[in-house]
Write a protein that binds this ligand. Structure first.
Ligand code: NAD
Length: 245
């Protein structure tokens, strides 16, 4: 018989990123032992085992995932890169590899960072719920692959195989060390390019504070059990109120 690793042994794939690093820091505070797997190392934290590797490489993943019971997958090429092949390779094929590695290493839970854009058809959504269908015409390549990625992860959920999955769907994330959202807004404003309004000024955009996104991930992980309704489901995560632009 195999002795199960402690449920507090986890790995964060994409742990060098904006969200991933906040997640790592919170997990450490909560007493988890954390391994980071990422193509780049951008910081050092005492007590965190860092592994540099590509999530498309199953052997590299397997080295990290043995003795891990919980995996957070929050790695993705930047939405700004617009490289369709790279999105497919990492977000879809790579995520399949992550699932295979998790199953071979007998990881019990996988929490995916998906995106609220998987249900966005270019038309305003207010109080949208998780029963909205996937977008038929995703707004870009990134979103097209986030849809496929989420499907692959949720379909892999299997109580019989002792492998449970859940997906969390944030929209824009803001908070300390955000590399994209606020810096781009400030830069655009400095260049004098914020003088125009698209629409009538009542467009809604959903932004969530990074700590809330992290909280949602950890809650999902801790409540993901064979008899819980979370199994194989996706959840939107947001602040209380949308921000009016
Ligand atoms: P980020 O770019 O800061 O972090 C992503 C990390 O993934 C980086 O550290 C990068 O090195 C790593 N990575 C990329 N390709 C990899 C590969 N092949 N193998 C291993 N690691 C790889 O992005 P983020 O903002 O922290 O986003 C994290 C997750 O949240 C992503 O899945 C993204 O789709 C999702 N998301 C982000 C936002 C947002 O507003 N930031 C909104 C919705 C969803």
């Amino acid at each position: 018989t195999r002795i199960r690793p402690s449920s507090k042994r986890c790995a964060v794939i994409g742990g060098s990123g904006f969200l991933g690093r906040h997640l790592v820091e919170r997990l450490l505070e909560k007493g988890y032992s954390v391994a980071v797997f990422d193509i780049a190392q951008r910081y050092e934290v005492p007590g965190v085992a860092f592994h540099q590797g590509d999530l498309c490489d199953k052997q590299a993943l397997l080295k990290v995932l043995k003795d891990v019971s919980l995996v957070f997958h929050c790695a993705s090429p930047s939405p700004a890169c617009d490289d369709r092949n790279l999105f497919w390779k990492v977000n879809v094929e790579g995520t399949r590899t992550v699932i295979q590695a998790c199953q071979e290493a007998r990881v019990q839970k996988l929490v995916l960072t998906s995106s609220a854009s998987v249900v966005f058809e270019g038309i305003d959504i207010k109080n949208g719920k998780e029963d909205l269908p996937y977008a038929k015409r995703p707004i870009d390549y990134y979103t097209e692959t986030k849809i496929q990625q989420e499907k692959v992860v949720l379909e892999a959920c299997s109580k019989e195989n002792d492998f449970l999955t859940v997906a969390i769907r944030p929209h824009g994330i803001f908070g300390p060390r955000d590399p994209l959202l606020v810096p781009i807004l400030v830069d655009t404003a400095r260049k004098g390019k914020m003088k125009f309004i698209i629409g009538d000024g009542t467009n809604l955009v959903d932004f969530t504070y990074v700590d809330n996104v992290v909280h949602g991930h950890i809650l999902a992980a801790e409540h993901l059990k064979p008899d819980s309704p979370l199994c194989g489901k996706a959840y939107h995560i947001t602040n209380d109120e949308p921000i009016r632009f």
